[in-house]
Design a protein. Structure first.
Length: 579
């Protein structure tokens, strides 16, 4: 038997890390890793990266330190070696309504980039990503698509509802209460008491907002273990879920089952149907398009129209409905959604999840709490068509997204109230300058123009709080929060900063939204529009340097997922080689 310590056979599952750890040439790397505390036995095992998005700026990701330790226990128990690292997160709820909100969507790209860089830089054999607030889940999924090493995403769970005056409340309640306070409907003391009660601890925002929508989507496309994401953040069972996720990650490495073996075009269609069925966030359109691009899968914005029109709304979930994510978990979880979609012939049953089960198997094993009213039967839906759809027309040649759940209107025509920033619109609303019938137009807030495509929750919630939610419409080339409800159209493409028609709207122009004909129209003669188009000049970039300027130079249209690895990047790189 050789006494040479470098002669030991490499574990066959070390498909990538052997290049970092094995043999005498790698002695310097091993020396560095031993300084961290890894032993020879540790380095002989497959190495699993554990990406966390822990940050102290929000409750959404606050439990990830504890969960990361549980994940690592599961990895070690299954015969792997975990290596933990951190990436960033930006709190939508904290940044909302400020310049800082521009950082939110940009953070999705940085999250994906950093997970990709650390994983490739350290030759991980597999990866598990802990996510929470809105952009962390799609960012992690995008990274998995790029890396295509065995891995999964575990969502750290929803926050529990707060209690105020005997009722469940969420952070959405606080945003809307700001509008009520400005309208003189509640006192400063009442607003203060509500803000102090709304968010009782760790976990992401508690409705079917973007975080919970994307958590569900990742389960349905197969990148998250079924049933584990839905366990609330502070539930004792979340620790066991994290340990189990660590074990699954090692099993995926042993089997060499990769993300691109799991995420298919049919899996994406399943996710789109689940989002529509639960009236999920419009941000799911942006994120699923981006995930598809990173997995090199064909997906166009029209799919959300086609699938949304044929998917009934069966989830009675906030913001359009009555129940929080906690209630969905108690009712039986996402498996109930899959079961009803399957019963309606709307689910691709054979798509695989990381835990080894198909979506059909998960649906058939649903465990429903007797008497629950969170998820309706598919033959007795809340609405016969899905929670969102696509509009086109003279104002949105490349498309726009309208959320249908939470209101009954399908048509609105009224005078445009035009604002070139979110702040300007919010100031007008705060001064009670918006009246019933208006169409609030917020532009130059798109991926390039913002840059960063801010969400407009402060604006939309203020309108609802003033009692105008059912009386006005709002259109923007920016985004909406998953907590938004009312007649709101977002993601208008092309955006104003790129000369899209929304840049040509003037105060008092009639804007028509017609859901039945899928139209968003500016009622201005073509000759007048041509004159305005000829006179329009692109505004100077809002930022001359730094990450926002770099993002604005590279980001694609919202209709393409607002990604930074697509056609505009290719064009920029080609331009640099041509010089």
């Amino acid at each position: 038997m050789s006494k040479n310590p470098y002669d030991r056979a490499s574990d066959p599952s070390k498909r990538h890390s052997a290049a970092m750890t094995d043999g005498p040439d790698r002695a310097p790397a091993r020396a560095m890793l031993k300084a961290v505390g890894f032993t020879d036995d540790d380095l002989a095992k497959p190495i699993i990266g554990v990406a966390t998005t822990w940050i102290e700026t929000m409750p959404c990701n606050l439990n990830q330190r504890e969960l990361a330790e549980a994940v690592k226990r599961g990895i070690r128990r299954a015969g792997g070696t975990p290596m933990e690292f951190g990436t960033i997160s930006v709190s939508d709820g904290v940044a909302m309504g400020t310049e800082g909100m521009k950082a939110s969507l940009i953070s999705r790209e940085i999250i994906a980039d950093s997970i990709e860089l650390v994983s490739k830089g350290h030759s991980f054999d597999g990866i598990i990503c802990l996510t929470g607030c809105d952009k962390t889940s799609p960012g992690a999924a995008m990274a998995l698509g790029r890396l295509n090493i065995p891995g999964l995403v575990l969502y750290n769970g929803t926050i529990l509802p707060g209690t105020y005056k005997g009722k469940d409340v969420t952070v959405q309640s606080v945003f809307e209460a700001v509008g009520s306070y400005n309208a003189g409907k509640i006192t400063a003391e009442e607003l203060w008491d509500l803000e102090s009660a709304a968010c009782p601890g760790a976990g992401a925002c508690g409705g079917q907002f973007t975080a919970n929508t994307m958590s569900m989507a990742l389960e349905v496309i197969g990148l998250s273990p079924a049933g584990l994401n839905g366990i609330p953040a502070t539930d004792p069972d979340k620790i066991a879920a994290a340990e189990r996720s660590g074990e699954i990650a090692v099993d995926l490495v042993r089997k060499n089952l990769k993300p691109r073996d799991i995420v298919t075009g049919k899996a994406l269609e399943n996710a789109i149907r689940a989002v529509g069925a639960t009236a999920g966030s419009t941000n799911a359109v942006l994120h699923l398009l981006a995930i598809a691009r990173e997995f090199d899968l064909p997906l166009e914005i029209e799919a959300f129209e086609r699938l949304g029109e044929s998917t009934p709304v069966i989830g009675n979930l906030i913001p359009g409905g009555s129940y929080a994510a906690l209630d969905l978990y108690k009712a039986g979880g996402i498996a109930l959604v899959l079961r009803e979609l399957a019963a309606g012939g709307l689910l691709h049953l054979n798509e695989l999840g990381v835990d080894g089960r198909t979506m059909g198997e998960i649906a058939s094993q649903a465990n429903e709490r007797e008497g629950q009213d969170v998820i309706r039967p598919i033959n007795n839906p809340i609405k016969k068509t899905g929670g969102l759809t696509v509009l086109r027309g003279s104002l949105a040649p490349e498309g726009a997204i309208v959320k249908l759940a939470g209101h009954e209107r399908r048509h609105h025509s009224g005078p445009a109230r035009v604002f070139d920033s979110e702040e300007a619109a919010f100031a007008a609303i705060r001064a009670n300058g918006i009246v019933a019938g208006d169409v609030v137009v917020i532009r130059y807030e798109g991926p390039v123009g913002g840059p960063g495509m801010r969400e407009m929750l402060a604006v939309t919630a203020a309108l609802v709080g003033q009692g105008l939610g059912d009386e006005v419409a709002l259109i923007t080339d920016g985004r909406f929060s998953g907590a938004t409800h009312g007649f709101m159209v977002a993601h208008i493409s092309p955006e104003a900063a790129l000369g899209g028609p929304i840049a040509l709207v003037q105060e008092g122009d009639t804007v028509t939204i017609n859901v039945d004909s899928h139209e968003l129209r500016l009622e201005v003669p073509e000759g007048e529009l041509a004159a305005r188009r000829a006179a329009w000049r692109a505004p100077a970039p809002r930022y001359a340097g730094g990450v926002w300027a770099k993002y604005a130079a590279l980001v694609s249209s919202a209709s393409d997922g607002a990604i930074t690895t697509g056609a505009r990047l290719t064009k920029a790189l080609k331009g640099s080689t041509d010089r």
